[in-house]
Write a protein that binds this ligand. Structure first.
Ligand code: MG
Length: 248
């Protein structure tokens, strides 16, 4: 057994089955103590909604937390986001022009203020029109020289992010900072906003058994021996995957 970088989504991946999460937490916590394994939470949640979850569920204290779909990285309980990461995202990002462009799209409805941040513009978008609207939006933004990442998740959420921001790039950033190689890094998720962690192909991957169709379909179309689709749900699926890769 040796140390590894464990990076997991929260809602419907780590969180969803309290008993299974307690069991996984115990194993991970022990592994961190004995081997120096790093535990990272990577979520679409804003700082406010992440704090709320920490009140509701007994999460472990993570070594870092990635919030807002890769737009903020906080180290070990620090109140300030990683400044190097923020500087990287600021390049080629013009949130005001993006908002002005999106205002012309009737199908995009702005999410509440709590879900917005300097590097994230978030909207509601119905699944039935999602592909069409996203293609048109991407083209429109490109024509203005605005390079962004469009991340669609859960059949209803569209996040517009800087080109350099998503959960996958945040994974790579932490991996480089801490010096973990791909076979000692594992990413876990259940939905579309986790896809970038698998797509970047810098780690092993665990998809939990309750994963949404959007992620499952992508996995089936892009199989990899470094990615494992668990049969069990939530934290039990994560544990199943960690054992499959012989990390735990
Ligand atoms: Mg999730």
């Amino acid at each position: 057994m040796s140390q590894f970088l464990f990076i997991t989504d929260l809602d419907d991946t780590l969180v969803g089955d309290d008993a299974a999460m307690a069991q996984l937490n115990e194993r991970l916590s022990q592994h961190r103590q004995q081997h120096g394994t790093k535990i990272v939470y990577s979520t679409g949640r804003s700082p406010t909604l992440y704090q709320q979850l920490t009140q509701e569920k007994p999460l472990l204290e993570p070594d870092a937390v990635v919030l807002g779909v890769g737009t903020m990285i906080f180290h070990n309980g620090s109140p300030e986001p990683d400044a190097t990461w923020q500087a990287r995202l600021r390049q080629h990002w013009d949130r005001d022009r993006i908002l002005a462009t999106v205002a012309h799209f009737a199908d995009l409805e702005l999410q509440p203020e709590s879900e917005q941040n300097e590097f994230k513009a978030s909207y509601f978008l119905y699944e039935t029109v999602a592909t069409e609207v996203m293609t048109e939006l991407q083209t429109n933004l490109q024509q203005q020289g605005l390079e962004v990442n469009l991340v669609y998740s859960g059949g209803k959420h569209l996040d517009i992010l800087p080109k350099a921001a998503n959960k996958g790039f945040a994974l790579a950033f932490l991996q480089e900072q801490w010096g973990f190689e791909r076979h000692h890094t594992v990413a876990c998720g259940d939905s579309g906003n986790d896809l970038s962690m698998f797509e970047i192909n810098r780690s092993r991957g665990i998809i939990v058994g309750n994963a949404m169709t959007e992620l499952r379909q992508w996995h089936e179309a892009n199989p990899s021996s470094d990615r494992y689709l668990a049969t069990q749900h939530h934290a039990a699926g994560v544990l199943e995957g960690l054992q499959y890769f012989e990390l735990l």
